[in-house]
Design a protein around this ligand. Structure first.
Ligand SMILES: [Zn+2]
Length: 306
């Protein structure tokens, strides 16, 4: 077990209702803790800054079920703090965690971005009680947790709270959402963010998965996603978010793609190409087609390489 004594546990967090918390990893990602009578579920493990397990254990001493909504860098970063994690098999090939170098680059980008968002004349690293040089660390030498496969319709009984898993491919191939029917809350990971990057599944597949979520709208009162960039901490997404994404995808399926500048909420363009010439990756062949509706925008990744 790593020495966690130097790591921060001071994550901003909000208790949404009795037994349910949103934990904010310093604007990098949102994680959720759902406490049942017998077990607690942790949804996602962030970019891997700070002592997430320690923070969770300050709230609950129940045995933990750790579930990843998908395999991206900012959702699996602290996975190795736990003995066992669940993820969909289609995302199980992704590194858990990504390299320290890559996570640091993303962490710095997000800190800069949020600073632009609020127009703060200071460095956001000093706004939050974490030290990027200490709290964001290389854990790749630590043992991998046991990785268990999530499947569509799978249910986790936490004791008085049952959480059901639904596949929702698009943002990644193995993206899932989690429905807490007792509390009428849907935890969506990155399946329908305001700024949604799609391209990991055929558009028709993503569209039908999102329509299924709409069809079950009588079973939840709100949708909480994996980042709180465009909503207050603890608050659900705007009610029209799912509808907007479905409408945009229907448009795209019909072939009504509108090429436009990648919009920015942060006063600076969002870089889509990250590599220097001569170091191209498959990512660099991709062009993002952006569709907008209201506050939502989705980027469809189109491979122009072949
Ligand atoms: Zn993601």
């Amino acid at each position: 077990m790593e020495d966690t004594s130097r790591l921060t546990r001071l994550y901003p967090m909000v208790q949404i209702k009795k037994g349910i918390w949103e934990i904010d990893e310093f604007d990098m990602a949102s994680m959720y803790l759902i406490e049942g009578a017998e077990r607690a579920m942790l949804i996602d493990t962030g970019m891997g800054a700070g002592d997430l397990r320690g923070a969770v254990e300050m709230i609950t001493d129940k045995p933990l079920v750790v579930v990843h909504t998908h395999g991206h860098i900012d959702h699996t970063g602290n996975a190795r703090q736990f003995e066992e994690v669940w993820i969909h098999p289609a995302d199980a090939h992704m590194p858990m965690p990504e390299s320290l170098e890559r996570r640091r680059s993303d962490a710095e980008h997000i800190a800069q971005r949020q600073k632009g968002s609020i127009g703060a004349p200071y460095n956001m690293f000093h706004l939050y009680p974490y030290d990027i040089n200490v709290d964001l660390r290389d854990t790749t030498c630590e043992p991998m947790p046991v990785v268990r496969p999530l499947s569509d319709g799978q249910r986790f009984d936490l004791g008085g709270r049952v959480i059901t898993v639904y596949e929702c491919p698009g943002h990644t191939a193995g993206e899932v959402v989690l429905l807490d029917e007792t509390d009428r809350m849907l935890f969506a990971g990155d399946a329908l963010n305001y700024n949604l990057l799609l391209g990991a599944a055929p558009l028709e597949t993503t569209l039908s998965a999102l329509k299924r979520l709409r069809d079950m709208a009588d079973r939840y009162d709100g949708i909480w996603n994996g980042h709180h960039d465009f909503r207050a901490l603890g608050m659900p997404l705007d009610d029209d978010c799912l509808e907007n994404v479905i409408a945009m995808l229907e448009d795209a399926v019909k072939g009504n793609l509108t090429y436009c500048e990648c919009p920015s909420f942060w006063g600076q363009p969002i870089p889509l190409t990250r590599q220097k010439p001569g170091h191209e990756t498959p990512w660099d062949r991709m062009r993002a087609t952006t569709l907008r509706r209201g506050r939502n925008f989705i980027q469809l990744m189109v491979d122009e390489g072949e």
